[in-house]
Write a protein that binds this ligand. Sequence first.
Ligand SMILES: NC(=O)c1ccc[n+]([C@@H]2O[C@H](COP(=O)([O-])OP(=O)(O)OC[C@H]3O[C@@H](n4cnc5c(N)ncnc54)[C@H](O)[C@@H]3O)[C@@H](O)[C@H]2O)c1
Length: 248
Amino acid sequence: MTKTVAITGAASGIGKAAMQRLASQGWEVFALDVARVAVAPNVTPLVCDVSDAASVATAFDRVAARTPKLDALICCAGILRIGPLAEMAVEEFDRVFAVNTRGTWLCARAAFPLLKAAARADQPARVVFLSSVAALRPKISSGAYAASKAAVSQLTRVIGVEWAEHAILVNALAPGTVDTPMIRAVSDPAKAGRYRPSGASPIGRIATADDVVDVIGFLLSDAARYVTGTTIPVDGGTQAAFVPPGEG
Ligand SMILES: NC(=O)c1ccc[n+]([C@@H]2O[C@H](COP(=O)([O-])OP(=O)(O)OC[C@H]3O[C@@H](n4cnc5c(N)ncnc54)[C@H](O)[C@@H]3O)[C@@H](O)[C@H]2O)c1
């Protein structure tokens, strides 16, 4: 039977790369984003603002009209807003949490019946959230983002435990800097203030979206059948490296 997956944030970056990889492997992909997702073989684009409960409900109703079950959910939709916390506008702080944290939970909640319908003890359904290395180590000028991602990692633990009895495995990835439009938008030092991307890892380069999608592939595979409730760094050793004050 064809495997089915819903991917949020599928118009760009990591979500787009995951969509292309899984569609090429024969998965039926429901590609959710506020931005337009191009129609492609095995891909059903669905407009969805993950921060809006009604929009999420409508999108997953549409998924349910097309498939009785989801083998996987991958939540990549996210935004980065930078700036010192003392100067950040309330609306910006709230928006970061609305998209990154509440949006992740809303999509998981809406997908739950479809994931349950696919899940079997010998073939668990999978959920992959996108946390960040920013959740694991403090970084100046991205405080709201870091806190929103720390919250995603905590949701991962709790939902992982709550859904274990339903044979749904829930994990998050914590990438370091990945070469995507999100990072390109804040990489100009003239506009970035004191914010700096984590930059080249001890491995000597920043990640590609495919570096992250490979680990998503592992989490969707039988090899990850005993992995749940955890956040896996995909950061080339960034978290492990000491960063002197002023350089992080
Ligand atoms: N790029 C990095 O360095 C990096 C590092 C760690 C974690 N992440 C996380 O990985 C995920 C993907 O990031 P990316 O680098 O591919 O970013 P990106 O900006 O390239 O893609 C993000 C996608 O999310 C969509 N999106 C934004 N708000 C949305 C909303 N309200 N509803 C639906 N879709 C929405 C955007 O339209 C876009 O298509 C994000 O959660 C990000 O925080 C990225």
